[in-house]
Design a protein around this ligand. Structure first.
Ligand SMILES: O=C(CO)COP(=O)(O)O
Length: 251
């Protein structure tokens, strides 16, 4: 059985004033019946790790460089994230693919660097609205999955997040059939490439406008092993009920 994972992506939000929200979350959901991960901006990583120490809530970065060190002004290596207290890193988010021109090969290089540093890579895939409207969703997801995922991926070191670009921050959510179709497709791709055991152990999260009001319905879909939550992860009063719904779906 794959352990469920509720992951929060704070994106470019949060200063020291917001650290108290982590203490609140740790008090209410510090030992939930599912894994919980918060990915704050890099500036808050070590203090977030401190605020959550003693709880089971893990901390992750939102990106890393593919190299271990060197002349890369403004970048952060996977080892540095680990040193700051991170256990995970989000890679290939559609906002990085769009804002920074990141492609599958670079995402794969970064995921290899993350795994080499002892982190778990949360690799994001997702189609645009025009790709969905053109009936290209599974082709796009298949290409991203193949190109962005490193060889030898395991359940311990890789998590896949399916985030349709058109559902991010828009309040639009695919139907449960649409989510199920893509998640089943990803599962098949994972088992084909990595074998039944590893392919079945890799968790597949759904992301895009997950809220307390739609979480239970999404978590009931086959091969949905949790969520990657943006806006609703910023407030414990929203993220808490999402964690509760995930826990309840685990039975
Ligand atoms: O991009 C996301 C998480 O990585 C989803 O963002 P929202 O939950 O704000 O739609």
């Amino acid at each position: 059985m794959r352990r469920k994972l509720a992951a929060g992506n704070w994106k470019m939000n949060g200063t020291s004033a917001e650290l108290a929200r982590l203490t609140t979350l740790a008090e209410s959901h510090g030992s939930a019946g599912c894994d919980v991960l918060i990915c704050p901006p890099a500036t808050l990583l070590s203090r977030a790790a401190e605020a959550l120490s003693g709880s089971a809530i893990a901390v992750g970065g939102q990106d890393c460089h593919g190299a271990t060190s060197g002349a890369h002004t403004g970048d952060i290596s996977a080892g540095m994230l680990k040193d700051a207290g991170a256990s995970h890193v989000i890679l290939g988010h559609s906002e990085r693919r769009a804002d920074h021109g990141e492609g599958d090969a670079l995402v794969r290089t970064k995921s290899e660097a993350a795994i080499a540093a002892g982190l778990t890579a949360v690799i994001c895939l997702g189609e645009s609205l025009s790709e969905r409207d053109a009936g290209q969703t599974l082709d796009v997801i298949g290409t991203q999955l193949e190109g962005s995922t490193p060889d030898g991926a395991s359940g311990a070191r890789v998590v896949i997040a399916y985030e349709p670009v058109w559902a991010i921050g828009t309040g639009k959510v695919p139907t449960t059939d649409q989510i199920g179709e893509v998640h089943d497709f990803i599962r098949t791709g994972l088992t084909r490439r990595f074998g039944a055991e590893a392919g079945d152990a890799i968790r597949i999260l759904y992301g895009g406008s997950v809220k307390p009001g739609n979480a239970a319905e999404i978590f009931a879909v086959s091969n949905v092993d949790g969520a990657l939550v943006g806006g609703a992860s910023l407030k414990p009063e929203d993220f808490g009920p999402i964690i509760d719904a995930l826990e309840a779906s685990a039975g």
